[in-house]
Design a protein around this ligand. Sequence first.
Ligand code: MTE
Ligand code: MO
Length: 357
Amino acid sequence: MDHLNRHKVSPYLLTRSLLPENQETPIQFINNDTIVNKLFFRRNHFSYPTLSLRNYWLPINGTVSKPIILSMQDILQLPSKTIQVVLECSGNKRSLFEPKVFGEQWEKGAISQGFWRGVPLRNLLELAGIREGAKEIVVEGYDFGERTDQNKEVFTYARSLPITKALHPETIIAYEYNNQPIPFKHGYPLRLIVPQWYAMASIKWIKQISVINSTFSGPFQTIDYVYYPNKESNKDPFPVTTINVNSTIQKPLDMEILNTGKHFIKGVAWTGNGVITKVDISVDGGSNWLNAKIEPPKNFIYGWQSWSYEWTILRKGEYLIMSKATDSYGRRQPAVPLWNKKGYGYNAIDKIKVKVE
Ligand SMILES: Nc1nc2c(c(=O)[nH]1)N[C@H]1C(S)=C(S)[C@@H](COP(=O)(O)O)O[C@H]1N2
Ligand SMILES: [Mo]
């Protein structure tokens, strides 16, 4: 303990790429429910935008009765909500797919959570007045760049939400993270937060919000963030939306060497539908399953659920430890994930191996 105090030892982000910046949270070394800025994973499609903050305005236009332009002051004066939300990149755990797929080789740390404060998007839309015929809400970010698959055409990062999701009272336009202005890399000054959906939906650095009476077809919606379940064709595509039920073992570490005796197996579990109701642990490669302790009881439905299991091991040898979460919609982690060309939504039963000696 003493030596920890004198030479503070703390984890860092794990770098996947620098331009654009993609770095993951050292998820195995997180032991609380609120990730500090410097350990929050970073996922960008382009280089960081430059925006002038001194006169930041938010336009809301399109199929509305009265297009409006809001100042930060206007937004800060509206009633706000603070919600604890897991943001998980849909590419989290991509490196685990077999066969492997191209794209950022995320391990288990493209996930973070904390408290976001902001104004429900529906309240802003009410100010502009959604007109009849409106179908989707498009949110556009300030960042942009070329896409190699589109003859180097330049696009901004933009996506749409169906009206029902946009009007959900907890879909918010956030301006604070953990009681501070949102850090620039995470979307300052305004960021969309869409609870229960994979994080590609949570647009950073909002430039404008448009109500449309058609179906949005930007490349981050029609090319990326689409499940293509067939290896040989693009048949049967469907969009990436709700987070799959999932869990990650934080302790022990994969391939760790342990002594005989008592150990705590611990981790997190999360879902985009309802809440986590059960986490089963196996220490024998899946032959027998035991209930992990879910702790502490959950009050926030969009956050992850910590769990632990006290394991007393007397016999030396190698052990395959697995975790399998179940949610209140009866979804449970599959043994085999849904393989898809772009590697989204990996949620197979989590596995690590340890050696006891
Ligand atoms: N404007 C903008 N918003 C964005 C992105 C982006 O590249 N640009 N990336 C999305 C994706 S794919 C993810 S996983 C999350 C990552 O958020 P973070 O960098 O704050 O962790 O932001 C989403 N919002
Ligand atoms: Mo992502």
